[in-house]
Write a protein that binds this ligand. Structure first.
Ligand code: WT7
Length: 705
């Protein structure tokens, strides 16, 4: 959570600058007055606004009407027909831009650039770079689409994708869209359990992966993780029929080697009938045709599922559909980053495609707008801390989009790293993922934007599909720490529990009062969660129509600017990534030594939130039962257990063993209290009248000493 005190003291504003000073011919929205006029009009008549925006896409068949709204169910561009891959790829080939650059990829491996005489490297001094045109994308997506059909994938199926940041990831996603299969991308940093849990929830029968990916000079064993997931799934009676494997690293250990179309030794073939078949991407793709028509999809057909953490242990499959999502992402990408369709720009969003930021602003928003998008496989500190700035300088990146947690890390590494590089190509800087602290904003502005570039602090969620509150770079004066004003067509407000809009600087709940095209259409297979999470809490006090609730607390200042204060539910933001405290708790209790666990977020300088886990053990060390001892060895074991169960980003920063956890009389763990204990708050001001045994808290505190 952002420090409200700092925000209140923050009075600086940064006015927009003329477009020409940054190399743009014009701003799409060029003044605050123009923005206000457009926004007011877009809210008075959202259907007219969004219809005009939807016209910018290519439709096979025009819609009958713009919106059907039976809250909370929205249908946008009803009966319109289109295809996402066609809009990202084929359309540009047909309009004569087949040979233009669609994406530029840079692999991670390279030798250090800076003078480390001792840093002899096994890697070449120049990184591996690929440029892919729209025509090549068309050919490749068609081939992979045919390969998927060959594996039995049909329109409406869900294909699970677990890959490194390579061009083939974009190709795999677009190939699914091409044949009308929904994609469900799983972040490559997640553990096998995350893959099996999501594939099962999505009823997915085909997984696309790679033998490995590079991360900080190491090979991440993606295929091995998939093999484990396939086994876990088989134990639950869920059979994965086929796994398509891209050869990226060529480092697979003997146990995972396979001949295309067979089953690797690690996969328990005997228990599965018929056994899961693994296929090499290069092998299958070479054997199919390079022609595959784009399937005609209904506007409301599912384009993808993307799993996000919630306040229960089970991730939610957020459903996005075709016409509305594409329209919303096309518009927001164009306006927020002032995109102009040509190759005079090079857009780089450093997020992994496994997150919504990557879906919307590495892939769909850029390809649809016909602006080259840059894909980087690796970490910001490989081979050294200057890698990001080196990439910006070499590829002449014009718009750069990253997260506050990354910016805070760059601050820690020091200005000497960006200072070495020519960053003059930059025009617009973006941030996303959590509130940005004003110090980090100013650092970004001065050291990366060199005081020239506007910063767009974009507030949104997996569920919103795209930006819902953000500055427009040519129109909105910015204030460090504020995501400023609503996107065109978004009716955002801060309300109280009764749904009444609050006055200036009154903290309340962030909601969106009218439907928008990019909104989620459901939580896959869980209607109840869709309603209760997003639509059950707030409603229009006059009409009773539900409002969309984001689960964030926020306020608006006297200029109407939004200041997001953070989540009001049991999810925490670790390095910009959402984690349900329950997910980490479930992982901890799955360890044989653990009886009970409670996880809370605490402020963390770099990560935004750090994770503190309170753990009670089975048996009791007090009564010398045979339980495990609460020592550092067990701490280390539990930490790697969580990494193995959930993924590295869920590792607790601190594990505190306790004899008991504070609970209410009805047995609920009092997390707010634990949050205070974890943050070292001096005096407990929380209401503890319902606490069952107050001595538990006293003991937790005593353990600190
Ligand atoms: C949550 C959504 C949207 C892409 C990345 C995260 C927080 C996101 C901001 C911002 C303050 C922000 C909110 C939101 N958040 N952007 N600019 N300022 N908070 O997507 O994983 O679905 O997380 O991220 O808490 O609810 P996500």
């Amino acid at each position: 959570m952002t420090n409200v005190q700092t925000l209140l003291k923050e009075h600086r504003t940064f006015p927009p600058v003329p477009a020409e000073t940054l190399g743009f011919a014009k701003w799409h929205v060029g003044s605050l007055e123009e923005y206000k006029k457009l926004h007011a009009r877009s809210i008075q008549n959202p259907e007219a606004f969004w219809a005009e925006e939807a016209q910018k896409l290519a439709w096979f068949q025009h819609w009958d009407h713009v919106l059907s709204w039976d809250a909370p169910d929205a249908k946008w561009f009803v009966n319109g027909k289109l295809n996402a891959c066609y809009n990202c790829v084929d359309r540009h080939v047909q309009s004569g831009h087949g040979d233009s650059c669609a994406l530029v990829w840079e692999g991670e491996p390279m030798a250090p650039r800076t003078s480390h005489p001792t840093a002899a490297s096994k890697y070449a001094s120049e990184p591996e770079i690929k440029r892919v045109t729209y025509r090549e994308l068309q050919e490749q997506t068609s081939r992979v689409a045919n390969a998927l059909k060959h594996l039995g994938v049909k329109k409406g199926d869900v294909v699970t994708i677990y890959m490194p940041m390579v061009p083939e990831l974009v190709i795999a996603i677009l190939a699914c869209a091409r044949i009308g299969a929904a994609h469900s991308v799983i972040f490559g940093g997640f553990a096998p359990h995350a893959i099996s849990e999501r594939a099962m929830d999505a009823h997915s029968r085909v997984i696309i992966t790679a033998d490995g990916g590079y991360r900080r000079g190491e090979v991440v064993p993606l295929q091995k993780n998939v093999e484990e997931a396939v086994n876990q799934l088989a134990n639950h009676g869920h059979i994965i029929n086929h796994v398509l494997v891209l050869k990226r690293t060529g480092h697979e250990p003997p146990s995972t080697r396979f001949a295309s179309g067979t089953t690797p030794a690690n996969v328990k073939a005997t228990s599965i009938h018929p056994p899961t078949k693994f296929h090499w991407w290069h092998d299958l793709v070479a054997r199919v045709s390079d022609a595959c028509p784009c399937e005609v999809m209904d506007s409301e057909d599912m384009l993808f599922l993307l799993y996000t953490s919630g306040s229960t242990g089970k991730p939610k499959g957020i459903q996005h559909t075709t016409g509305g999502y594409l329209t919303f992402v096309n518009t927001t990408a164009r306006l927020t980053f002032n995109l102009v369709p040509d190759t005079s720009q090079m857009f780089w969003c450093s997020a992994d495609i496994g997150w919504i930021t990557g879906h919307s602003y590495v892939l769909y928003g850029l390809l649809m707008n016909r602006v080259p998008t840059l894909l980087f496989e690796g970490a910001p500190n490989f081979p050294d801390n200057g890698r990001f700035w080196d990439i910006i300088a070499r590829h002449k990146v014009t718009q750069f989009y990253t997260a506050p947690t990354a910016i805070r890390t760059f601050m820690k590494w020091g200005t000497e790293w960006p200072e070495k590089y020519d960053l003059s190509s930059l025009r617009v800087l973006g941030t996303v993922g959590e509130p940005i602290n004003p110090e980090a904003w100013i650092w970004y502005h001065e050291n990366i934007g060199r005081k020239r570039c506007p910063i767009v602090d974009t507030y949104w969620q997996t569920e919103t599909g795209g930006h819902v509150v953000t500055p427009l770079p040519g129109a909105t004066p910015t204030k460090p720490g504020s995501c400023t004003l609503p996107m065109l067509g978004i009716d955002a407000a801060i309300v109280n529990e009764q749904g009444e809009e609050l006055g200036a600087n009154q903290g309340g709940l962030f909601c969106i009062r009218k439907p928008w095209p990019g909104m989620l259409r459901g939580v896959y297979g869980n209607r109840e969660r869709f309603i209760s999470n997003y639509w059950g809490r707030l409603k229009d006090p006059k009409t009773g129509t539900p409002f969309y609730f984001s689960a964030d607390g926020a306020r608006r200042d006297e200029d109407g600017y939004f200041w997001v204060q953070g989540r009001v539910d049991d999810v925490i933001k670790v390095s910009g990534h959402l984690l349900g405290t329950m997910e980490v708790e479930s992982a901890l209790v799955s360890h044989p030594a653990v009886a009970e666990a409670a996880v809370v977020g605490v402020p963390h300088e770099i990560k935004g939130s750090g994770i503190v886990a309170f753990v009670t053990l089975k048996g009791s060390w007090a009564t010398k039962n045979p339980g495990r001892q609460p020592d550092d060895a067990l701490r280390a074991e539990l930490t790697s257990h969580v990494a193995k169960e959930v993924g590295a980003l869920a590792k607790p920063d601190q594990i505190r063993f306790a004899e008991g956890l504070p609970k209410t009389r009805s047995g609920k763990i009092m997390r707010r209290l634990l949050r205070d204990v974890a943050a070292g708050v001096e005096k407990i001001t929380q209401d503890t009248t319902t606490l069952e045994d107050f001595s538990v808290v006293a003991k937790l505190r005593a353990d600190e000493e």
